[in-house]
Design a protein around this ligand. Structure first.
Ligand SMILES: C[S@@+](CC[C@H](N)C(=O)[O-])C[C@H]1O[C@@H](n2cnc3c(N)ncnc32)[C@H](O)[C@@H]1O
Length: 271
């Protein structure tokens, strides 16, 4: 942990990408509920609950103070703090980038020689210093557009993609895993040998078939749930490093190490 809420004042944007550079790395640790939201006639119980959680979420508060577009920024900061994923001058593809918290973190971490390609199915407000691309990552046309925009190979492919939550656990699980698979396909198409891959996954880790492919294609695989990922959310991240390069698999058995850091708990989709 570095600074905590209250160590920083104001809410003005500063560094490249709008976030204050180098501040509030993995920030909050306490979660004291203080603000109570009264039910209003036109507000449903679930909206009241959501509002109360937002108002009391230390990461939401810290994101405002640090100038990040989303609380999700702290998840990437914590993953990087733990695993040292982000390197100066690297080219990184940020899948499911909107509203842009991860993109801001990347711009700060990669420095002026780094490159960030932020991709989302929805339009997102430009993040100065990053290239943005609108497209559905499950479509081949988007893969082609990403390749064209990169004009070379990437060092790291990140996916924080999440579908809109239906509230139906099995459906949400299937959809998020389909997005993780699409992200992996994309990673295999654009990563340089030695490159890394991070994707949001669901529940007790990555599905068997997907995990087998990742282990075949990467030298090391871990599952990590950063502190900023809500404890009642089933999300966690699969982190794979040491891409073996295209065609490395071809039926070969894996010798990748797999390490599950924290068991994901069941719960709702986090966005
Ligand atoms: C949890 S949000 C990402 C938050 C972001 N990492 C940040 O730091 O602000 C998930 C994003 O995934 C995007 N997404 C969902 N399905 C997608 C798809 N098929 N292709 C591209 N983006 C997708 C959503 O539009 C949404 O913006």
């Amino acid at each position: 942990m570095t600074a905590g809420p209250g160590d920083k004042g104001g809410g003005k944007s500063g560094g490249k990408g709008g976030a204050k550079s180098g501040v509030g790395k993995s920030r909050p640790s306490g979660r004291n509920l203080t603000v109570r939201v009264r039910t209003a006639r036109r507000r449903s119980t679930s909206s009241t609950r959501w509002l109360q959680r937002q108002l009391n979420d230390p990461y939401v508060i810290a994101a405002k103070q640090d100038g990040y577009r989303s609380r999700a920024a702290y998840k990437l900061l914590q993953l990087d703090e733990k695993l040292g994923l982000l390197k100066k001058g690297h080219a990184v593809v940020d899948l499911g980038a909107a509203p842009g918290g991860w993109t801001q973190v990347l711009l700060n971490a990669l420095g002026p020689k780094g490159r960030v390609l932020a991709v989302d199915i929805n339009e997102m407000e430009a993040v100065p210093g990053a290239q943005t691309l609108v497209g559905d990552v499950t479509e081949l046309a988007t893969e082609e557009a990403i390749r064209a925009a990169l004009g070379g190979l990437a060092d790291l492919v990140l996916s924080d993609m999440a579908p809109p939550a239906t509230g139906h656990r099995a459906t949400d699980h299937l959809r998020i895993m389909a997005l993780a698979e699409a992200a992996l396909d994309l990673a295999r198409a654009v990563l340089r040998p030695g490159g890394g891959f991070v994707a949001k996954v669901w529940q007790g880790g990555t599905e068997h078939a997907l995990l087998a492919t990742i282990k075949r294609d990467f030298a090391a695989v871990r599952h990590v749930k950063p502190e900023a990922s809500r404890s009642d959310s089933a999300e966690m991240y699969v982190v794979a490093t040491g891409y073996r390069g295209q065609g490395a698999g071809n039926g070969a058995e894996t010798d990748a190490e797999t390490d599950t850091e924290i068991e994901a708990k069941s719960g709702e989709t986090e966005t």
